[in-house]
Design a protein around this ligand. Structure first.
Ligand SMILES: [Fe+2]
Length: 341
């Protein structure tokens, strides 16, 4: 397939997806009193998550009792109840999970000095997707709030499908450059976890699902765009920052959000906490495909087979395979055998 043919097809799938989108003014959570509240709402939840909004919010009833002999976090049980034959949500483990003070199958997001990650601070986190280096295969993120902050700590969401529609309305065929294989280059700096990814901003995966690949530069990441994309990028930022295009909400205690990471960008506002009430979110990642089975460190994206041959060589592995590290001197990712910790 020629690149232009691919782009036309990919644009079509974004525009088709846009038709399913709904205006989100009501983000009332589903109150879950018992596990059957989830099973009886599966279709509604999946419709919101994969079609209408790209996310879904729930709220656990205080009296809910999910206890059993395992020490699994309640949010994992919700996802387990959601999985069915047609949509399997397979958990992707994060390396730090098991090194936490207590392990319940989730990663604890809290203001901590121990881990060198912006997520583990109380600072503003710019709009982003999770799982850079996992081939774009973190499909679903669950953020469950065990304890909210005293002030701030809201999350924001931006819809990548609506973003594309806006750009297409304004720029028409000029948006083609955003589907090209070298549209965006993201370099994560650092000695151990450095990685360079080069890919499209908008693409379709091997199942033809519209997917976005976007990140703002921050203290750990450099972001560059191809020459032809440079003119459009300021419009992306402007659109994202316009109040009416993002949703801002606070996860209260026992609230959780399930986000479609392929289509939705999320951010976090800064927060303050008092000693006796620390903000604590439990996060877990899921894939709906079979391309990854554990957290990876891979420079490519799983773009549909027909396009792979046209793309950067690092997109063509069949499965996330090992870990890579970016070498600044040669400007290449080098496969490493030793897993970083
Ligand atoms: Fe995140």
């Amino acid at each position: 397939m020629l690149l232009n043919e691919y782009i036309d097809k990919a644009k079509f799938s974004f525009l088709n997806k846009y038709k399913l989108r709904k205006v989100t003014s009501n983000i009332e959570p589903l109150l879950i009193k018992k596990i059957s509240d989830i099973t009886s709402n599966k279709e509604r939840i999946f419709d919101k998550l994969f079609n209408k909004h790209g996310f879904f919010i729930y709220c656990l009833d205080n009296a809910i009792d999910f206890s059993d002999s395992s020490k699994r976090h309640v949010s994992l049980k919700i996802i387990k109840a959601l999985s069915n034959e047609s949509i399997q949500l397979t958990k992707v483990s994060y390396p730090y999970e098991k090194e936490q003070e207590f392990f319940d199958g989730t990663t604890k997001i809290k203001n901590s000095q121990k881990i060198d990650s912006k997520a583990m601070t109380s600072q503003y986190m710019e709009y982003h997707q999770d799982g850079l280096g996992n081939g774009g295969e973190i499909d679903v993120i669950v953020l469950h709030c065990d304890s909210s902050s005293s002030f701030g700590g809201q999350n924001g969401l931006v819809d990548g499908i609506k973003l594309f529609k806006h750009l297409y309305d304004v720029y028409g065929e000029k948006t083609n450059c955003l589907f090209e294989p070298d549209a965006i280059t993201i370099i994560r700096r650092g000695s151990r976890k450095s990685l360079k990814t080069v890919g499209p901003v908008f693409y379709t995966n091997y199942d033809g699902k519209p997917s976005i690949n976007f990140k703002y530069p921050d203290e750990k990441h450099d972001v560059f765009y191809s020459k032809s994309c440079e003119k459009i990028i300021p419009s992306i930022s402007k659109w994202i920052k316009t109040d009416s295009n993002h949703i801002k909400f606070l996860l209260r205690d026992n609230y959780g959000i399930i986000i479609n990471n392929r289509e939705i960008l999320h951010c976090r506002y800064p927060f303050l906490e008092k000693f006796e009430k620390q903000r604590l979110l439990s996060r877990s990642w899921y894939t709906t495909g079979n391309k990854i089975d554990s957290y990876g460190y891979y420079p490519g994206l799983f773009i549909g087979d027909s396009l792979m041959n046209l793309l950067h060589e690092e997109h063509d592995l069949k499965k996330v395979d090992g870990y890579y590290r970016y070498d600044r001197q040669t400007n290449r990712n080098i496969k490493i055998t030793k897993v970083w910790k």
